[in-house]
Design a protein around this ligand. Structure first.
Ligand SMILES: Cc1cc2nc3c(=O)[nH]c(=O)nc-3n(C[C@H](O)[C@H](O)[C@H](O)COP(=O)(O)OP(=O)(O)OC[C@H]3O[C@@H](n4cnc5c(N)ncnc54)[C@H](O)[C@@H]3O)c2cc1C
Length: 283
């Protein structure tokens, strides 16, 4: 299918991007194009003008800073997958996104700005307690990942703002990501990210999130509560993973890939898988 006609502008700096966005109201920014171009071809979007931010150097790269690592919005999934200074749950999730072409073109900022409920990174950033940094003509503000994803393809981004970077804590313990993927696209039918700390043989901190199940990444508070103070063995992990039904409530989505009942029934399996791997990495 052909996309609707659009004008194309390239921004070489953030300030140029903001002026172009102001000049062309209703325009969309394009980064890797791996969600936007399909949306145009399916006529789900018709913005009239595209502003290419893909060459803005200040939005690229990964920088470690104490107990946190900053990922520029234009960093590709392939670069994140190969990074050494990021939690393993994030690097493995990035390595399982799509195929090599998607990982070499798709960007972290585009992935989270698009906020597809089947995307992997919203789930991982929510579990890792990441902070999303947004920049607009008036300056920068930061939003916790848990509050950034607000609904189906909806985020806290406001008109005229861009995702500039993501700060990921690197002192949270062992982390892992597990997913049942769609065999055609690799998007998550069900995905779970988990991070745990183990002290004196018991779980002293746990953060778990699931994706693919509801309109946006869901923090699994009941699962987390069931882990605290327990040794992380097969029995306690299975009992905690079963709590995911409480966290999901009645809002599980079904579509042509999997019914809501199927997703709900397999969710504990992927929660347990992610927790088991995270626990072994936490020592
Ligand atoms: C075949 C295929 C398989 C895929 N499989 C997976 C998968 O398994 N898991 C997964 O998570 N994803 C998957 N994806 C999506 C992929 O991860 C893309 O990286 C992501 O969806 C969009 O990133 P992008 O850089 O291509 O963004 P674009 O397509 O350029 O933009 C997407 C949206 O975000 C906006 N945007 C882009 N950058 C910014 C920014 N910095 N600030 C504000 N808004 C911005 C754009 O205006 C647009 O609305 C797949 C995509 C394809 C085509």
């Amino acid at each position: 299918m052909y996309p609707p006609k659009f004008d194309y502008y390239r921004a070489n700096s953030l300030s140029e991007a903001f002026s172009l966005m102001q000049e062309h109201g209703g325009a969309k920014v394009i980064a890797g194009g791996h969600s936007l171009i399909p949306s145009l071809k399916l006529r789900l979007a018709d913005p009239g003008a595209l502003i290419d931010i893909g060459r803005i150097g200040e939005l690229k790269g990964i920088t470690a800073n104490g107990n946190s690592t900053r990922i520029g919005a234009l960093t590709t999934h392939a670069i994140v997958a190969a990074a050494k200074n990021l939690p393993q749950g994030l690097t493995e999730a990035a390595g399982w996104i799509g195929d090599p072409q998607v990982r070499n073109r798709g960007t972290v900022g585009g992935n989270i700005a698009h906020a597809d409920p089947a995307s992997d990174l919203p789930t991982v950033f929510t579990a890792l307690g990441a902070t999303i940094n947004l920049t607009g003509p008036g300056g920068e503000r930061s939003v916790a990942a848990q509050d950034f994803f607000t609904g189906l393809f909806e985020t806290a981004l406001q008109e005229g703002e861009l995702v500039s970077s993501i700060d990921v804590p690197t002192n949270g313990g062992g982390s892992a990501y597990a997913k049942l993927f769609n065999p055609a696209s690799r998007y998550a039918v069900v995905g779970c990210a988990a991070q745990v700390k183990v002290e004196n043989g018991v779980c002293s901190a746990a953060s778990v999130a699931v994706g693919g199940l509801t309109s946006h990444a869901t923090k699994a508070n009941a699962v987390e509560a069931a882990l605290l103070g327990k040794p992380l063995n097969e029995a306690t992990i299975a009992a905690a993973a079963a709590q995911i039904s409480q966290d999901l409530g009645d809002d599980v989505m079904g579509d042509l890939h999997a019914s809501a009942d199927y997703r709900r029934s397999i969710a504990p399996i992927y929660v347990a898988q992610a927790l088991t791997a995270a626990a072994s990495r936490a020592g």
